[in-house]
Design a binder for this molecule. Structure first.
Ligand code: AMP
Length: 441
């Protein structure tokens, strides 16, 4: 019989790597708490229409990458329904905001989430079909200040701080620009964008024949997507196309200027990237992407986000401007692993405090009772087996723990145990009363 494997594009995360995932999530949760965010957990699947209307029918995510199925009715009272595994979480958060009337509080909503998303992409390093995002959204009625450029800058400053806290360096000459970089743009309001798209279409019409097949199609269906093209031969032509910055109205220009001024005041470095329009249709005004060259190869976008002032209305809700981002957690982990391998990030010792080796099956119960007491005192402990030879116990203990405690019949009777510290090779006799202090040292 053939053995079953994890489905292509999905993977198991195992210890010790999961310790790194937990550290990243704990660091993110701590940052979110300091910036006043609360956690939201939305369902893993939603009505397909949420993504069609929210993310946009023409986007790659919706047109090619969604896991969608027709969910059969189980009872006469139910209707069959098209459901989709969430490819991103912003649409779900805004749906929940509308459904629970969070705007009625009049307060700014600051929500974060950590969870898996699903896209049927071509799997490669840093690109999976089930992947994890750590994201946050700031939204609310206009009176809550949700539209303010201050919010854009606060979110970007929080991200810079989070990456700093995780130990990812900022890009500099010294690290060969392998650290993180923030690319920033404004894609304008819902009135600026159509003017820009019309100009882009007009500029593309006479030259599109010189571009790649994908761009020729996009030039007609979704010209903004031409700016995402990665084909080397197309780049010079695309760089010469009209720039969105020249089509922003006064309000959008002023909003963007305020974002930049606040970032300057907070010491967050950025570069303006006129081609950054991002893959989802709901973005307005500020868009951004953080990249890191370390460990990611071609999939170097660590996180992305932007403002979505019209999304709530697109989903049938009240006006609720907002801004948010999603960090690709898988990519963040790859970056941290690459930094650790290069020696630029300290690798935490994941060893247990001690390993208890009972000598003979008769000591198993006493070993377990001792482990229970030490664990209750906050020490991390693994228990061996009385059936193991002493040599085997030492080998296992050396792999797992910083110390070994030998527990034979004499030790149980006298209460004096033999403890060896692997790093120093030192071996001592220790009374039970002094054991905890020794193991903590
Ligand atoms: P998006 O929701 O497309 O704006 O993506 C936000 C971030 O999620 C990206 O910058 C990536 O880091 C990450 N991401 C998106 N798609 C994938 C994928 N298929 N596999 C792993 N990470 C992804």
């Amino acid at each position: 019989m053939s053995t079953l494997k994890a489905v292509r594009g999905t993977r198991d995360l195992l210890p010790p790597e999961t310790a790194l995932w937990n550290r990243v999530e704990a660091t993110a949760r701590a940052a979110f708490a300091r910036y006043g965010f609360g956690e939201i957990r939305t369902p893993l699947f939603e009505d397909t229409q949420l993504f069609v209307r929210g993310v946009g029918e023409e986007t790659d995510v919706v047109s090619k990458e969604m896991y969608t199925w027709e969910d059969r009715a189980r009872a006469a009272s139910e209707k069959a329904q098209s459901l989709t595994l969430r490819p991103e979480n912003t649409a779900g958060v805004v749906r929940a905001y509308i459904e629970h009337k969070l705007g009625d509080t009049g307060m700014l909503q600051k929500l974060f989430y950590i969870g898996p998303q699903f896209r049927r992409e071509r799997p490669q390093r840093g690109r999976y079909r089930q992947f994890w995002q750590i994201g946050a959204e700031v939204l609310g009625p206009q009176s809550s200040g949700a539209e303010s450029a201050l919010r854009d800058a606060e979110v970007l400053e929080m991200l810079a701080t989070l990456l700093d806290e995780l130990g990812i360096p900022r890009a500099s000459e010294a690290n060969g620009n392998t650290g993180w970089k923030l690319a920033l743009n404004s894609v304008g309001s819902s009135t600026d964008r159509p003017r820009y798209i019309a100009a882009l279409k007009a500029a593309l019409a006479p030259i599109k024949g010189t571009l790649c097949d994908d761009c020729q199609r996009r030039a007609d269906t979704n010209p903004l997507r031409v700016l995402d093209c990665k084909v080397p031969e197309d780049q010079a032509t695309i760089n010469d196309l009209p720039k969105i910055a020249d089509f922003l109205d006064e309000a959008s220009t002023a909003h963007f200027a305020e974002v930049k001024a606040a970032l300057d005041a907070c010491g967050v470095p950025y570069t303006i990237e006129p081609r950054l329009v991002r893959g989802l249709d709901y973005y307005t005004r500020t868009t951004f992407e953080f990249t890191a060259a370390s460990g990611l190869g071609t999939q170097n976008a660590l996180l992305g986000g932007g403002r979505y002032d019209g999304l709530s209305e697109m989903l049938g809700g009240p006006k609720a401007p907002g801004i948010g981002f999603a960090i690709g957690e898988d990519r963040l982990i790859l970056t941290l692993q690459a930094l650790a391998e290069a020696g630029s990030l300290p690798v935490e010792a994941a060893k247990l405090d001690t390993y208890i080796a009972p000598m003979g099956a008769g000591q198993n119960a006493a070993a377990l009772a001792l482990a229970k007491e030490l664990r209750a005192a906050g020490l991390s402990v693994e228990v061996g087996d009385g059936g193991f030879r002493l040599k085997k116990s030492f080998e296992i203990a050396d792999k797992l723990a910083r110390r070994i405690v030998i527990l034979g019949e004499d030790e149980v009777a006298s209460g004096v145990m033999t403890v060896k510290t692997f790093a120093s090779g030192e071996q001592v006799k220790c009374e039970r009363a002094a054991l905890e202090a020794l193991l903590r040292g």
